[in-house]
Design a protein around this ligand. Structure first.
Ligand SMILES: Cc1ncc(COP(=O)(O)O)c(C=O)c1O
Length: 388
């Protein structure tokens, strides 16, 4: 059976490859420790699970959910209240917020809402692989904007040529950043708004890790920047802060026209999120700040363990301020893939090769801190043995 041509342009989703590789090794009895994928191992907060169970008992929640494609108004109101409380951002829940089946869904549908075939879409490189795939599926032309260590992994907007910028209709960015862990600043977001205005580029800022911050770093939304609401949206998600990756619930907030466009795509694509999941998400947004603080303490300890290990092996390494990832330079003369392969073959430890996130990821690997402490300790012991 021949498949649509649009699929042939899309490289295999890196994490699927990774999962296959791990599965094959485990079948052979190898004790593989995967630091490859950012999926929290600690459980979803109990209150959230209880609320799901309670709401699932209610037959009224079983049909298609109210306001199908937009998400229940109650959920959107909870999102607006959360944005006000956590970021000081004011949103109209009727027109400036939308429920999503995870932020990944928002990435894809944002493209369908904004991009015409052949349109240029900018995306940071290295970056979350779903941006490129969604742009390609939507018929757009992805153009990489490098984010480099010497610029704090923020794109240099002034280096984007006027000819490329004027062809671009949209731009994907994500801070705190997967994979580098870098965080944005208010000044950068202000520059981004000015750039978006100058070239009429719709910004899709992906804030999936907006709560994952260390060392007293300020929580920041793209919508904190004056004028951001005029030029873009922010995606967010319950996946990472509330350990709810499997629950598939997130949100898009910001520019009304873009939210209306997303809503139109969704109206014709899906029929919303199971109402009990929306109720459980409301519970999380309203009651589980302490869970986030607890998780950050856990990640901070793991971060210290990895950083200490690297330093003991001679790395000069300062950890990034955000996300539960560490973006680590490979040893001198080793490519990302060589280093990831060495760790896999000699230590049975999986790390993600930086090139899975784009060409500018060469020379780095990414470690996710989402494994139990004891497994991370074991992984560090194995790495120490292989490298020392
Ligand atoms: C940058 C970024 N955005 C979005 C997502 C998708 O998250 P979800 O669809 O679970 O909200 C991820 C998941 O790893 C991510 O790293």
């Amino acid at each position: 059976m021949e498949l649509a041509q649009r699929l042939s342009a899309i490289p295999p989703y890196p994490f699927m490859e990774l999962r296959r590789k791990i599965g094959d090794a485990r079948k052979k009895g190898v004790d593989v420790i995967s630091l490859g994928v950012g999926d929290p191992v600690e459980s979803t907060p109990e209150g959230v699970i209880r609320e799901l169970a309670r709401q699932a008992e209610d037959q009224a929640n079983h049909p298609y959910p109210p306001d199908e494609e937009k998400g229940m108004l109650l959920f959107r109101e909870a999102v607006a209240a959360w944005y006000r409380r956590r970021y000081g951002v004011t949103l109209d829940p009727e027109t400036e917020a939308l429920g999503l089946i995870g932020s990944k869904e928002g990435v894809h549908h944002f493209v369908l809402a904004r991009v015409n075939p052949g349109d240029v879409v900018l995306m940071t490189d290295p970056g979350y692989p779903a941006y490129r795939a969604s742009i390609l599926i939507g018929g757009g032309e992805p153009v990489s904007v490098p984010i480099l260590p010497e610029n704090g992994y923020l794109p240099k907007l002034e280096d984007i040529s006027a000819s490329v910028a004027s062809k671009a209709v949209a731009m994907f960015l994500n801070y705190p950043n997967n994979p580098t862990g870098a965080v944005a600043t208010r000044a950068f977001f202000a520059d981004l708004v000015a750039f978006a205005r100058e070239y009429d580029v719709a910004i899709c800022h992906d804030g999936a890790y907006s709560e994952m911050l260390f060392d007293g770093t300020e929580r920041l939304s793209f919508l904190n920047a004056p004028g951001a609401m005029d030029v873009g949206i922010e995606l967010n998600s319950l996946s990472k802060p509330y350990n709810m990756t499997g629950w598939r619930i997130g949100m898009a907030v910001g520019n009304r026209a873009l939210i209306a466009g997303l809503s139109k795509v969704k109206e014709n694509t899906d029929s919303g999120i199971f109402a009990p999941i929306q109720h459980a998400a409301i519970w999380a947004l309203e009651h589980e700040d302490a869970h986030i603080a607890r998780m950050l303490e856990i990640y901070a300890k793991r971060r210290t363990l990895v950083v200490d290990t690297l330093r003991s092996l001679g790395w000069k390494y300062d950890p990034p301020k955000g996300t539960f990832y560490l973006w680590i330079p490979t040893p001198e003369g080793m490519s990302s893939l060589d280093f990831a392969t060495l760790l896999f073959e000699q230590a049975s430890v999986v790390v993600a090769a930086g090139t899975a996130y784009g060409q500018y990821g060469e020379g780095f690997v990414r470690i996710a801190l989402t494994v139990p402490d004891a497994r991370l300790e074991e992984a560090m012991d194995r790495i120490r043995k292989v490298l020392s």
